[in-house]
Ligand binder design. Structure first.
Ligand code: DOR
Ligand code: ZN
Ligand code: ZN
Length: 436
């Protein structure tokens, strides 16, 4: 099986490529990346005007299976990922049962092979039952294919447990992903604490609640010499702490979400519960600090924190609503529209944040168009314009604050191991036909 992707602008930051080239795929692998490949066998894809990139990776996705299939399952979540331009997703362990044993991790991987359509890499729990008391059996989780550990959804409030988690994780070269939240300061919090929380009359979540934990985790990473990764960094102070720690040589990495990069707390004023998320949408100064961090290398990658919820958990008063945004199907367009199209982020920077960035955090062999690797490819149409309609989402989670927004720059095609799985927002089952 051959596939020739012709005439696109190939953006492969890991190989320092940003030029009009052809990509040849054979037997599910990258065979050649060259100017004007003449071989015309197999399926030809005309990618003129498109960006041909290594497959995008989303390292922070809540697929909800097992246990919460009414919110999302591996079938629906991976289909959402595919049309969203992602070829690999990492799934979070706050399922039911939680992913704290090899058996549950193995179940997720088996389900992913049977019902998933993108690569799924499970992430295991730091603590048994996500209870924050006792460490999970990390060796078993690693043996079962987990690529990281986290108690995401919950902070690890016990500093000594976090220290021990970091010590153990180091033995397996495993990043420890930290949901940074000092709970004593965030309980009942609905939105970012600041001017708008006062105006809107909603209880605030201070930036300090995140930053205290970022500071603690940096100190613990330094103490243990281990790798801590800060999930969904959202504040100016977090940026400063991470930037300074990196400069000192501490092994700290971080991700940022599309929503924290482009939305501010002001929009909570409509009391649309789809704006309720944890950490909350912050003020404009924080957003600016994140954009700076994106450009100066403080931020390693963009991750969605895709958190699908059932309509019942959102169709209620703001203070009763669940936290979370369904992000897989808008992430690429949001970044393309608000940052790339506005000239705030180069193509190669954007691609890096979705490919080699997360691959390096996780230490996985993905995120490049290296010859001989899996042909996971994301093709983007920078000129495509579409209005976000959650009713068209393949995710069961329709909870998006981007609904109704018209965005420019959308995923055009998603290829996994040489198979076209999605095109222009639709799934593709038959990949033998010409797709010109
Ligand atoms: O908004 C959020 N939703 N933040 C979290 O930390 C958890 C997530 C979820 O699981 O719904
Ligand atoms: Zn989290
Ligand atoms: Zn999360």
């Amino acid at each position: 099986m051959k596939l020739l992707i012709k005439g696109g602008r190939v953006v492969d930051p890991a190989n320092d490529i940003d030029a009009v080239m052809d990509v040849m795929v054979e037997d599910g692998m990258i065979k050649a990346v060259e100017v004007n490949i003449l071989d015309r066998e197999g399926t030809i894809i005309d990618a003129t005007g498109k960006l041909v990139c290594p497959g995008f990776i989303d390292m922070h996705v809540h697929l909800r299976e097992p246990g919460y299939e009414y919110k999302e399952d591996i079938a629906s979540g991976t289909r959402a990922a595919a049309v969203g331009g992602f070829t690999t997703v990492c799934c979070m362990p706050n399922t039911n049962p939680v992913i704290d044993t090899a058996a549950v991790a193995a179940f997720v991987r088996e389900r992913a092979v049977k019902s998933g359509i993108v690569n799924v890499l499970p992430i295991g729990c730091i603590s048994k039952q996500l209870a924050g008391k006792e460490l999970s059996e990390m060796a078993d989780l690693v043996a079962a294919g987990c690529v990281a550990v986290t108690d995401d959804g919950q902070p690890v409030s016990d500093a000594n447990l976090m220290r021990n988690a970091l010590e153990y994780a180091k033995m397996f070269d495993l990043p420890v992903l930290s949901h940074c939240e000092e709970r004593s300061m965030t309980r009942e919090g609905q939105m970012h604490e600041g001017y708008y929380s006062t105006i809107y009359g909603l209880k605030g979540i201070p930036a300090a609640a995140e930053e205290i934990m970022v500071a603690r985790d940096i100190i613990l990473a330094e103490l243990t010499g281990s790798h801590v990764h800060i999930c969904h960094a959202s504040t100016q102070g977090s940026m400063e702490l991470i930037r300074e720690a990196k400069a000192r040589g501490v092994h700290v990495t971080c991700e940022v979400t599309p929503h924290h990069l482009v939305l501010t707390d002001e929009i909570v004023g409509d009391y649309d519960t789809d704006t309720k998320v944890n950490p909350p949408l912050r003020s404009a100064e924080h957003l600016e600090a994140l954009r700076e961090g994106l450009l100066d290398g403080t931020i390693d990658c963009i991750a969605t924190d895709h958190a699908p919820h059932h309509p019942e958990s959102k169709d209620c008063e703001y203070d009763l609503a669940a936290y979370g945004i369904s992000g897989l199907e808008t992430a690429v367009a949001v970044i393309m529209h608000f940052l790339v199209d506005k000239g705030l982020l180069e193509y190669s920077e954007m691609v890096e944040l979705f490919t080699v960035g997360p691959a390096e955090v996780l230490g996985i062999d993905k995120g490049t168009l290296d010859i001989g690797t899996d042909a996971d490819i994301t093709i983007i149409d920078p000129a495509a314009i579409k209005t976000v309609n959650p009713n068209e989402f393949l995710s069961k989670g329709k909870n998006t604050p981007f609904k109704g927004m018209t965005l420019k720059g959308w995923p055009w095609m998603t290829i996994i191991k040489g198979r076209v799985v999605a095109q222009k927002g639709q799934l593709v089952n038959n990949n033998t036909k010409d797709l010109i």
